[in-house]
Design a protein around this ligand. Sequence first.
Ligand SMILES: [Zn+2]
Ligand SMILES: [Zn+2]
Length: 293
Amino acid sequence: MFADLHLHTNFSDGTYTPEELVGRAQQLGFSAIALTDHDTVEGCERAGAASEKAGIEFIPATELTAELNGNELHLLGYFIDTGNRKLLAEMAKFQKVRQNRIREMVARLNQLNVPLKADTIFAIANCRSPGRPHVGRALVQGGFCDSLDEAFERFLKKNRPAWVPKFKISALDAIELIHQAGGLAVMAHPGLNRTDQIIPELVGAGLDGLECFHTKHTASTSEHYTRMAKDYHLAITGGSDCHGLSKGKPLIGTIRLPYEDVEQLKARLGERHSGKSKAGAVTIPHSTLRLPH
Ligand SMILES: [Zn+2]
Ligand SMILES: [Zn+2]
């Protein structure tokens, strides 16, 4: 039995509908999946219903973009109450910020003589959490770029001419937001951020886990974070970060997290809900404060 705890649908920047995603998970034999769309939980209801029909355990979740001491990181919130008012109110704010960011990117593109309209991108995105991949798709569809890669290289990547900095919630506030919605906070793909030095502070703020297994982690990176998770008494999670056909080949199936790790995650959730969480009481092993490689 295995799971994929990092998946996106067309409710953010993935291309699969929730039903298509669950269909793929079923074909691949997954026992459990989590939907982690950026700044939204809108796809969870449909993904949950489709999973139930398919006999797959479904974990409602989201992925928040956060920062700590100038470092960007992504936080996954698992088992959140998707009706939690505070969470929904905060997400509505993040979605507004995303929409404004799209308008700013369009203004920059227009200055570069790329006559793209914000409405075209919103129509392509057709969701409340539009992001750069949607701008990229619009650039390709409009014939301004040949591929999504080219769109990012020429315009959208950090410090490229149409790039606009993104507002990020403080990681400490994000962890609290996830906890007050009844969820567990997990640091996504730590190997991509290479900001191990902030992990102790996150642990102190109640971080629950590390995404040790991710499509872009090498074997040694996964090993490094698995060791770190054990040292800090954190849960071990993993997922493909599949965005459907958005970036070429769908990634679902590349990560098969043993189901025991899902059980560990659920045990931690039980501890948190019963107030027996060890969070904050962990001594920090400085020997683990090394970057992989
Ligand atoms: Zn991410
Ligand atoms: Zn993701």
